[in-house]
Design a protein around this ligand. Structure first.
Ligand code: DOR
Ligand code: ZN
Length: 427
């Protein structure tokens, strides 16, 4: 055993005073007492699996003024995330083998943490899906138009699903129906207008098309960033191969709460009513929603600070997702088990990677947390290139140390890790 870690560790769904043994970056043993070549003992701390964020936009290549793979992955690491999955709406878009292999190469050089990449599916590359399958970690389909999006006409959904089927790779869906969005589009001056422009029925309509198209096809479908109660209603009786996720911003914000600088909360799907927010919030507690995902979609302050109607949609969040929810747990609003299932275990299962749980055979990815150390989020202390966060001043608990594959990446909230440490996963 190269290393052993001793402390109050979350194993088998509960905290135990025990040790984990690590060999070649993997957990090789879990026992009451273990002593490896190197021994870490963390007193009065909690040791938890690191988080997995299956939905980030690191903007690399092509939009590096907003973020790049090194700043994005560094921010993720400081937030206790050991692995991210990056979306295809970069420039060029990752809709062909060349763009995908170029992005893998650049991310391998720049990433502080492990990563996977999605291939985007558009009307023109449906026939190339079997080739793309060999290189991507999963697929992304946008049914409706959004910032920098690539789009698929829903008439092709069933064909796309059939072409993707029989792999363990999921297809992730941005579920807002384009025809419905076009019908409701109005000139927008604030968040309430944005919500009217992109009503919940557009989400419902898109989810309905997805359920129909997936019927009888052997594949994993994930509905991203669920935002409406009627969308969730449709998913209540879904088959087991359909999962859904929710973002922190849809769980924490609503349009009735009049925020200042509303354009900074402009996002797709939109922030909805407190009723929707409440239902989503209960559903992460009762397990109706499978996972949480940040949909980290940074834009610069200058890009956001324009007329509401022409501002890009998107909110940064990869660094704050785990710390915000750790605080919710401390505050008694969410049990540990639900958080660690929905941000660690289940995302790993969806992407089919050996992470997300502290058990023998998994990667030794874990964070060390001092549960007494609550702080207020300050944008200037975050690591995003865009330098802002909608969660400014929100209470949060950031990890003190972060380990990935047994390597100490962050020690006492300082980065020890190096660019290029991150590995490509999920193929
Ligand atoms: O608000 C959004 N921003 N929604 C998306 O689907 C795309 C994202 C972006 O890339 O900026
Ligand atoms: Zn997204």
């Amino acid at each position: 055993m190269d290393q052993t870690v001793e402390g109050k560790i979350y194993v088998n769904g509960d905290f135990q005073e025990c040790c984990i043994g690590i060999t070649d970056g993997k957990i090789s043993n879990i026992k009451k007492i273990l002593k490896g070549d190197k021994h870490y003992k963390f007193d009065h701390k909690l040791i938890l699996p690191a988080g997995i964020d299956i939905h980030v936009h690191f903007r690399d290549p092509g939009m590096k003024n907003k973020e790049d793979f090194s700043t994005g992955s560094m921010a993720a690491a400081f937030g206790g995330i050991s692995c991210v999955f990056d979306m295809p709406n970069t420039n060029p878009q990752t809709t062909n083998l060349q763009a995908l292999s170029d992005k893998i190469a650049l991310a391998k050089k720049k990433s502080f943490i492990d990563f996977g990449l999605y291939a985007g599916v558009i009307d023109d590359n449906i026939k190339q899906i079997s080739n793309l399958k060999k290189l991507c970690s999963g697929f992304k389909v946008y049914i409706g138009g959004t910032t920098n999006s690539l789009q698929l006409d829903p008439i092709y959904l069933n064909q796309v699903f059939k072409n993707i089927s029989s792999t363990n790779k999921p297809v992730l869906i941005h579920a807002e129906d384009d025809a419905c969005l076009n019908k409701h589009k109005i000139i927008e001056n604030n968040l309430a207008d944005h919500f009217s422009s992109r009503p919940s029925i557009c989400e419902e309509k898109a989810i309905r098309s997805v359920i129909e198209a997936a019927n009888g096809v052997d594949l994993k479908v994930h509905i991203c960033h669920l935002s409406s109660s009627i969308g969730l209603e449709l998913l209540k009786n879904r088959t087991k191969n359909i999962t859904c996720g929710v973002t922190p911003h849809h769980l924490f914000f609503n349009i009735e709460n009049s925020m200042r600088n509303q354009v900074f909360y402009k996002v797709n799907p939109p922030i909805r009513t407190n009723f929707d927010r409440d239902i989503l919030s209960n559903s992460i507690k009762n397990g109706l929603i499978d996972i949480i995902e940040s949909d980290h979609a940074p834009h610069t302050v200058e890009e956001k600070n324009v007329e509401f109607d022409s501002a890009p949609s998107g909110i940064p969040g990869v660094e704050t997702i785990f710390p915000l929810f750790l605080y919710l747990v401390k505050d008694g609003k969410l049990p540990f088990s639900r958080l660690l299932y929905s941000l660690c275990e289940k995302p790993a299962e969806i992407l089919n990677i050996p992470k997300g749980k502290l058990e023998v055979g998994k990667d030794a990815d874990f964070i060390v947390v001092d549960f007494k150390k609550v702080c207020k989020i300050k944008s200037e202390r975050l690591h995003y290139k865009c330098e802002w966060s909608p969660f400014e001043k929100w209470p949060a608990i950031f990890p003190i140390h972060v380990f990935i594959r047994g390597e100490k990446l962050i020690e006492d909230q300082e980065m020890l890790g190096k660019k290029g440490f991150g590995r490509f996963v999920g193929v």
